[in-house]
Unconditional design. Structure first.
Length: 290
């Protein structure tokens, strides 16, 4: 098999592969930078929790309107925002921390979603919500993902300074500015939007993979935030490209293939990056200078 047949032909010959690649690029540009800030804020597992929390909203949208992109999107966003703001309200009005309140609401939301899906009797029709359909993206889905990516990039640019401060010294931000709640809830809104965007391509179970795994890999290579953001986006796109090719040639599900390649990049980073457990343990030989 020539290099052309291996790498270029699938995208030149098949429109669904080109649309899948465009969707992966949009997710890499929008969702992965959000994942970097989730990682720096020590909220990586929150992304996983939120990816499940949107399930009941998407399921209700499907039951009411069928496979309607707007209905499932609005339902997913509404469910995610209800969980986020309810958890935040409980954390600020009780002695529970935000991770505990989020866990409670996420589990309730997940249980409600599973109940709705089971009660519908049409579980197979919702498999693409759970596991994604990146190779079945249509023009409307691509426009939605691209629109959310544009909103995410604009929102991150607008909130960049308070987000950076909140990552490294949230107490200082609260002391010197009233932007702390705005930055916090604005960022959570971006998380929900990108998870809803991701479930159209990778499903609720896989969407968080392209957010967190490239971010974790980039964190092992550099401590510089702009470089980390750029490297994470590059790793996400390259992993998406490789995952699509692996799916095409090996006849594998595209969403899991993309996330597995992201995982492979993470393990390579663990082994070879300066911040990984292997390279960081190597002795450093310093040369004496006169």
């Amino acid at each position: 098999m020539s290099l052309h047949e291996l790498f270029a032909a699938p995208f030149l010959d098949f429109g669904f592969m080109r649309r899948g690649l465009a969707g992966v690029l949009a997710l890499a540009l929008g969702a992965t930078p959000v994942g970097v800030f989730l990682l720096l804020r020590r909220m990586s597992l929150m992304g996983d929790a939120m990816s499940h929390a949107i399930l009941p909203g998407a399921a209700l949208g499907y039951l009411a309107f069928g496979l309607s992109l707007p209905a499932m999107t609005v339902g997913g966003i509404a469910a995610g925002l209800i969980v986020v703001f309810a958890a935040g309200w409980v954390a600020r009005t009780s002695n529970l921390k935000e991770d505990a309140s989020l866990a409670a609401f996420y589990l309730l939301s997940l249980a409600a979603g599973v109940m709705i899906v089971s009660h519908s009797g049409r579980n197979l029709d919702l498999l693409h919500v759970l596991f994604g359909s990146v190779l079945a993206l249509d023009d409307a889905s691509l426009l939605l993902i691209a629109g959310i990516t544009s909103v995410s990039l604009f929102g991150l640019a607008l909130l960049f300074r308070p987000l950076v401060l909140e990552c490294f010294d949230p107490a200082f931000l609260r002391a010197v500015s009233r932007c702390s709640p705005l930055a916090h809830y604005g960022f959570l809104l971006l998380v929900v939007l990108n998870l809803v965007s991701g479930f159209h391509a990778l499903g609720t179970l896989m969407a968080v993979g392209i957010m967190i795994l490239p971010a974790a890999s980039a964190r092992l290579w550099t401590k510089n935030l702009p470089a980390m953001l750029a490297l994470a986006v590059l790793l996400a796109f390259v992993s998406g490209l490789a995952g699509l090719l692996l799916s095409f040639h090996a006849d594998l599900p595209a969403g899991p293939a993309i996330v597995l390649v992201c995982g492979l990049a993470y393990f390579i980073s663990l082994a070879a990056a300066p911040g990984g457990p292997l390279i960081s343990r190597l002795p450093v030989h310093r040369h004496l200078s006169s």
